[in-house]
Write a protein that binds this ligand. Structure first.
Ligand SMILES: [Zn+2]
Length: 378
């Protein structure tokens, strides 16, 4: 095969887009250094990518240094738009995802109980939004296990959805993507957080009506051959428990670390139409401190197991616990440092997610679309 064959050229263009996506913004010499492509190839290929509308020049760096000024390149934000949905057990949020992985919120609706109705609503939103914007992907964050290739929700236990084929129900003419909410949260952090730039092993734990984990191993999201990797909510933390989980096993971690556990333990009437609102009310109560302390310990038990198994450098917590403050996180931190293997916690950091005003998994759904667009560059 000739060096300048069209196939190699496409591969090189994809590589350049990937490194810009992962490390943006970058200068041409940074790209050359990271990819190993010659400076002249980088100049030629980035020119093509600019002409084709994938990337753009966003200014210069090094103005005040004696060296040459370098022009920085980034993905062109508005080049490709996706419609992204965060399917919550009670409330679904949607927005527009941009090619640089940013998301603009557009609305929310109550999640219909049956999947047919849900995807009919999603189609109507797509039809409405695509009248003003050219949407190239629709991407879903799912609170459950998803077969990425078949676009099938294998099981979303808290929704009661099983074997739902998204494309069949959605019936749209654009490519559809979907993944588990914790995997997408991990993906969003990987692309947007500075402290993950040089980290290969990390865990994202999402605490909502259920508990999910997204695993990053060797710098990639680890999904497993049948897409069930990271279902740590269903690891057994009490083998003598008489409480059965909706997964059919007993004593799962999720039974003591989802927001439903805290609401039940609090035991008193809480305002709110659903468990998310009730948990928000609980966080304001002065007499809920003890319940929240035990809640932190229950969450920490699962983190100890994950840390011992995976030896991650970073454990990120997301979902409904992110605003619980330093005292909540220091209970978790202390518990994990006491109980996990000493060598496993040596380089460990635990922090809440960087995403506050927008959910990490919704951003992840946009990142999934960006990855797919880059993968399909021809
Ligand atoms: Zn379970």
């Amino acid at each position: 095969m000739k060096y300048n064959s069209p196939r190699i050229k496409i591969l090189n263009k994809k590589t350049i887009l990937k490194v810009i996506h992962e490390n943006h913004p970058l200068s041409r010499s940074d790209i050359s250094e990271i990819t190993g492509l010659t400076p002249s190839s980088v100049t030629r290929l980035t020119k093509e990518l600019i002409d084709e509308g994938y990337i753009r020049e966003i200014g210069t760096m090094g103005k005040n240094s004696p060296g040459r000024r370098r022009v920085l390149l980034d993905l062109k934000k508005e080049a490709f738009l996706s419609l992204v949905f965060d399917i919550g057990v009670n409330i679904t949020t949607y927005g527009i995802g941009f090619f640089d992985g940013e998301v603009e919120l557009r609305g929310t609706f109550n999640t219909p109980k049956n999947p047919e109705e849900f995807f009919k609503t999603a189609r109507e939103i797509y039809e409405r939004i695509s009248r003003e914007h050219s949407i190239t992907r629709i991407s879903f964050s799912v609170p459950g296990m998803v077969d990425l290739e078949e676009k099938k929700i294998l099981l979303a236990p808290n929704l009661g959805w099983e074997n739902v084929n998204i494309e069949d129900l959605l019936e749209v003419d654009v490519p559809v993507l979907a993944d588990n909410e914790a995997n997408l949260s991990m993906l969003a952090e990987k692309y947007h957080s500075e402290d993950l730039r040089n980290v290969e092993e990390a865990v994202f734990i999402i605490i909502r009506e259920g508990v999910g984990t997204g695993l990053m191993v060797d710098g990639k999201i680890f999904r497993g051959p049948s897409f069930t990797a990271g279902e740590a909510g269903h690891m057994t933390v009490n083998m003598y428990s008489d409480r059965q989980c909706h997964c059919s096993n007993w004593g799962c971690w999720e039974l003591v670390s989802s927001i439903n556990w805290a609401i039940e333990q609090y035991g008193k009437e809480l305002e709110g139409r659903n468990s998310i609102e009730k948990f928000q009310a609980l966080k304001q109560k002065n007499d809920a401190k003890r319940v929240l302390m035990r809640f932190a310990e229950n969450i920490a038990v699962g983190i100890v197991n994950l840390v011992n198994i995976l030896n991650p450098e970073l454990v990120i917590l997301g979902g409904e616990v992110v605003d619980l403050g330093d005292s909540f996180f220091s209970i978790i931190e202390d518990f994990v440092r006491q109980r996990a293997l000493k060598a496993a916690v040596r380089s460990l950091k635990i922090r809440p997610t960087a995403f506050r005003n927008i959910s990490s998994n919704l951003v992840g759904a946009a990142v999934l679309a960006v990855e797919d667009i880059i993968e399909k560059v021809r």
